[in-house]
Write a protein that binds this ligand. Structure first.
Ligand SMILES: Nc1nc2c(ncn2[C@@H]2O[C@H](COP(=O)(O)OP(=O)(O)O)[C@@H](O)[C@H]2O)c(=O)[nH]1
Ligand SMILES: [Mg+2]
Length: 338
């Protein structure tokens, strides 16, 4: 598989999807490490942690194992940072034991008061990240495989125009003994993707826009605001788009990822965070008037369909559904004239 490294100008979501979607198997760890060295770059992995004592150790081990595959003298990932929410399950002890640099989120940037959730922890981590590239990795993945730690680095290291890479994967959902292959990622499917279709159609090609695994150069992360809590992934997608444009963004298929399941009640609050983030940016960017609703009279957008980006066993796919929204007048107005 050759690597699509062409320069893109202004593209729509479908073109972007075609040229900026990669598969982690296109990039070898050895080649990435060689490129990283020749570009003179260093990499920091940031693991935001809240009560992940059962998973974080294995994830850190996996990162060390990736480094050992190349050479300990010139590792692919130079710094492993765990930013812990003062977890009470022993998370920080486990992370230290496995060789990460561990910080309490409340001790970093403490003149900003106590930390406000995941996004704040990620923001504070930037104050101690030494790498030229910063890669965030969720620390609650159960079936963590090495590619979750290095896969997103591929496009950043191989394609000069690319400054941001997001993980894409299938999300199985396990309810009791029953496994639903693509039943996970409910907030993504029910909130983020429909909202992006309406207000940020450029972003509809992303299969997992809310994935916690993504990388960019530290300068880019340092130049954008971070929303706190679970609004962070949504706001980063929009702010990176506004700052560097779609052609500098990419996604990498990493296979499947089993997430820790949250209750519908928690997901509802998470979904509210996503909506708030979009609502705030949409107002600032003046996007309400130009929404992608095909039946809105002042719609300026060329996207009128529902674009649904999904991961399948055969790779990523962008499906298009034409859905017309017709508004019938109050029936009184129609019946009266007859
Ligand atoms: N430091 C810190 N990490 C958090 C916080 N909330 C969640 N995380 C971590 O962020 C990652 C993703 O969080 P999670 O709740 O699983 O969100 P989801 O994967 O989007 O459903 C996991 O590694 C969590 O442990 C927080 O308040 N502070
Ligand atoms: Mg999770």
């Amino acid at each position: 598989m050759s690597i699509d490294a062409r320069d893109l100008g202004n593209v729509d979501a479908a073109e972007w999807f075609k040229h900026r979607s990669y598969d982690y198997r296109q990039f070898s760890v050895e080649e990435m490490s060689r490129r990283k060295r020749s570009l003179g770059l260093t990499v920091t992995a940031v693991l935001p942690c809240r009560n992940v004592a059962d998973t974080v150790g294995g994830i850190i081990d996996e990162i060390h194992a990736v480094n050992e595959r190349v050479s300990e003298k010139s590792p692919l990932i130079d710094q492993i940072l765990a930013v812990d929410a003062d977890s009470d399950d022993g998370t920080s002890e486990v992370a230290v034991k496995h060789g990460a640099e561990v910080f309490s989120e409340n001790e970093l940037m403490s003149d900003h008061g106590g930390a406000h959730g995941k996004g704040d922890a990620m923001w504070r981590a930037l104050s101690v990240a030494r790498g030229d590239l910063v890669m965030y990795i969720d620390a609650d993945t159960k079936d963590f495989r090495a590619e979750l730690a290095y896969g997103v680095l591929g496009p950043i290291l191989h394609v000069p125009q690319i400054r941001f890479a997001k993980a894409a994967y299938r999300r199985p959902f396990k309810a009791g003994e029953k496994l639903e292959e693509d039943g996970g990622g409910r907030v993504t499917e029910l909130s983020a993707k429909p909202l992006f279709n309406l207000f940020y159609p450029e972003l509809t090609g992303f299969v997992q826009p809310l994935a916690g695994e993504f990388v960019a150069d530290k300068e880019l992360f340092r130049s954008i605001p971070f929303m706190t809590g679970y609004a962070v992934e949504t706001s980063i997608m929009i702010d990176v788009l506004n700052r560097v444009g779609l052609s500098a963004m990419s996604q990498v298929d990493l296979g499947t990822r089993q997430n820790r399941h949250q209750s519908l009640r928690d997901l509802s609050r998470m979904s509210h965070s996503v909506l708030r983030a979009v609502a705030r940016r949409m107002r600032e960017d003046g996007r309400l008037r130009t929404s992608n609703d095909p039946s809105s009279p002042d719609s300026l957008s060329q996207f009128s369909d529902y674009l649904h980006a999904v991961a399948t066993p055969d790779g990523l796919s962008l499906n298009e559904y034409v859905e017309e929204l017709v508004e019938r007048p109050p029936i009184n107005e129609v019946l009266r004239v007859k």
